[in-house]
Design a protein. Structure first.
Length: 143
């Protein structure tokens, strides 16, 4: 049986992936599946709210000021997903299928969600190291 900790983890992972997807070209491919989760709870309102969130996030990304907004949107949609699971326990399986089985797992290849990543740094008088994944930096011949 699912514990509240497992469900909270699933909600967190699903919300983070949902918000990541909003600002990518991949959004169109999963939008109808996401809206189907709310099919019994005002899907038209959810669609409007997701559209508004996407517009805000895209605008913030253009100005490079999306970090805080993204965190706020993840928190907001995490709460919505938790409420959805409370009123529709069957949505848990749909969430797992759509966003991956567990937080931190990639899911089956047909379920993997890919997108782009933008890294930026503003450096004055020092070095900056950015990576989308693992990074090793060696300075002065020592690891």
């Amino acid at each position: 049986m699912d514990t509240s900790v497992e469900l909270a983890g699933l909600a967190s992972a699903a919300a983070a992936r949902l918000i990541d997807l909003l600002a990518t070209d991949g959004w169109g491919a999963v939008k109808s599946s996401v809206l189907a989760l709310w099919r019994s709870a005002h899907p038209e309102r959810v669609e409007e709210e997701l559209t508004d969130a996407r517009d805000e996030l895209l605008q913030a990304r253009q100005t490079g000021d999306d970090g805080e907004l993204q965190g706020l949107l993840v928190a907001e949609w995490r709460a919505r997903i938790i409420r959805l699971m409370a009123v529709r326990p069957d949505a848990v399986d749909e969430l797992r299928a759509l966003f991956g089985a567990e937080p931190g797992t990639a899911g089956a290849p047909e379920q993997q969600i890919t997108g782009s990543m933008t890294l930026g740094a503003h450096v004055s008088g020092g070095d900056a190291y950015l990576a989308g994944r693992d990074m090793n930096v060696t300075r002065g011949g020592q690891a």
